[in-house]
Design a protein around this ligand. Structure first.
Ligand code: NAP
Length: 301
């Protein structure tokens, strides 16, 4: 085959599942030490309101991951008809329970519940999702108590795959409070979870009102997509050689796909995350990390 007829090299696959396993093993060792030296068993309380099938799967996966890491998990199920005040009453009880270190409210909540009021009611020291205003503020000031799980998973994946963000042009597509905005905030800092090479990026954030999206995404050295639209990012939107991180999870009739058209984009990118098996497993691993951090802080405080 001559040079001109050679097929482009497919991108390196960034295996989130394998990295999540490595992180979970590290956490399990730290949990063992905390139990042995301080007699504290980290405990995560998960609240599941209603019977949304996807939420049930997410919560079950988190329970299994906790168990494997030696972290206790307690599931509080509430009916779909639950009111805001009933949920607030449960949160007060969990906030006061010294044996519970982290509280997770599985989203989405039924429409009659005031989501913001609920998330604000989780005590900031138990807010292992890092959604509380105090924790968001600490992140933006570069002194996080907890890092939000999905953005932290992205940073860990890049760092552990040897992909530096320092000085790079990082483009984030999506500006949700859970994924997009904290990603921007984290990569803008002078230091990241794995040091200064894991932060210090030049960050651009796009959303549904951004004009000429492709011209912005094509600038990216590292393109991170979190919009919730199946196969939205196509090869022409990606600079050849860019690293592409696909946060999206879209359930189609024939399975789960990301926000990036994997078949196309893996032919132009230098590295890409698969869906499933990319950022999803890391999100759970970072939830365990925050629960352990909360339990360690309780031991010292
Ligand atoms: P979200 O709250 O619905 O936010 C979506 C964002 O995408 C919004 O900022 C929206 O812009 C932007 N957007 C929508 N269409 C766009 C378009 N055509 N062009 C540019 N921007 C567009 O979603 P999310 O909670 O961040 O989740 C995003 C995706 O990540 C979903 O698929 C979700 O399931 C997945 N997710 C995965 C994990 C994981 O562990 N892997 C964790 C969390 C979420 P506007 O603000 O202008 O509306």
């Amino acid at each position: 085959m001559t040079e001109s007829t050679k097929k482009p090299m497919p991108a390196r696959l960034l295996d989130g599942k394998a990295i999540a396993l490595q992180i979970r093993q590290e956490i399990a060792l730290e949990v063992e030490t905390l139990i042995r030296d301080r007699g504290i068993v980290p405990c995560l309380a998960a609240i599941l309101v209603g019977d949304d099938p996807a939420s049930q799967v997410y919560v079950r996966n988190k329970e299994i991951a906790c168990e494997k890491a030696g972290i206790q998990s307690r599931l509080f199920r509430m009916p779909a008809s639950t009111t805001t005040s009933e949920l607030l009453a449960l949160l007060r009880q969990l906030n006061d329970d010294q044996k519970i270190h982290g509280i997770l409210v599985q989203l989405p909540l039924p429409s009659q519940i005031h989501e913001r009021e609920i998330l604000d009611a989780v005590h900031p020291t138990k807010d292992v999702d890092a959604f509380a205003p105090e924790n968001v503020g600490l992140i933006s000031q570069g002194r996080p108590r907890y890092l939000p799980c999905t953005p932290h998973g992205v940073a860990q994946l890049l760092g552990r795959c040897g992909i530096e963000t320092v000085g790079k042009e990082v483009v984030v597509v999506g500006r949700s409070d859970i994924v997009g905005k904290p990603l921007v905030s984290m990569f803008l800092q002078r230091t990241g979870p794995l040091g200064s090479s894991n932060a210090n990026a030049t960050v651009t954030c796009c959303h549904s009102q951004s004009k000429d999206l492709s011209s912005i995404t094509r600038r990216a050295d590292i393109l991170i997509v979190a919009i919730g639209k199946a196969n939205f990012v196509t090869a022409d939107m990606v600079r050849p050689g860019a690293v592409v991180i696909d946060v999206g999870i879209n359930r189609l009739n024939d399975g789960i796909v990301g926000d990036v058209d994997f078949d196309q984009v893996s032919q132009v990118a230098s590295a890409i995350t698969p869906v499933p098996g990319g950022i999803g497993p890391l999100t759970i691993a970072m939830l365990l990390r925050n629960t352990l951090t909360a339990a360690q802080a309780s031991a010292n405080g």
